[in-house]
Design a protein around this ligand. Structure first.
Ligand code: ADP
Length: 162
């Protein structure tokens, strides 16, 4: 039985994240999607909003569970008997960052392995940060994010008068 965790800030969750979750759920016996906060990032969506959106879009996938965690991901994994951290890689810039992160996690918890999955080509250009900008400018993002994400982001733009 191999259990994996897919951590991220998911601000907002995109079809690229969802694709990775579906593929991860087929590779591993169970997959915990962990919504967390990176200290260096400023978020547009509240943690609870990101968690609720993620829960809704993964509802139909039987072996996927969504959790909130604000500490070391290796501690989440250890506490839950999880041996694999799953991360997505879009390009060489992602790889540099992800590789460093995996080295750090390996030092913190040598029994936990990081597995990288390359993005599928059609999600190559998908970035949470560009989606925020596109929504603000009134672009159609329906092919990039699930419909609940699009609805909430549009509502936020209207409420902020942007
Ligand atoms: P973090 O703040 O931890 O980087 P993100 O929500 O930005 O969280 O990303 C979570 C994970 O999803 C990262 O491993 C990232 O590389 C991956 N990811 C994001 N977008 C895509 C995509 N379009 N295709 C594949 N992986 C992706």
């Amino acid at each position: 039985m191999v259990k994996a965790v897919f951590p991220g800030s998911f601000d907002p969750p995109t079809n690229g994240h969802l694709n990775l979750i579906k593929r991860g759920s087929e590779l591993f016996d169970s997959l915990d999607v962990v919504v967390s906060n990176n200290l260096h990032k400023k978020y547009q969506l509240e943690t609870q909003e990101r968690f609720d959106l993620m829960k809704e879009i993964t509802e139909g996938i039987a072996n996927v569970k969504v959790s909130l965690w604000n500490s070391l991901i290796v501690d989440y994994a250890t506490n839950n008997n999880i041996s694999v951290i799953l991360r997505g890689v879009r390009d060489i810039a992602d790889f540099g960052y992800e590789f460093e992160l995996s080295m750090m996690n390996k030092q913190l918890a040598p029994h936990i392995e990081t597995v990288f999955l390359p993005t599928e080509q059609k999600y190559f250009v998908l970035r949470s940060s560009s989606i925020k900008e596109l929504v603000q400018l009134g672009a159609d993002v329906s092919s990039m994010v699930p419909s609940n994400v699009e609805a909430l982001m549009k509502k936020k733009v209207v409420l902020s008068g942007g």
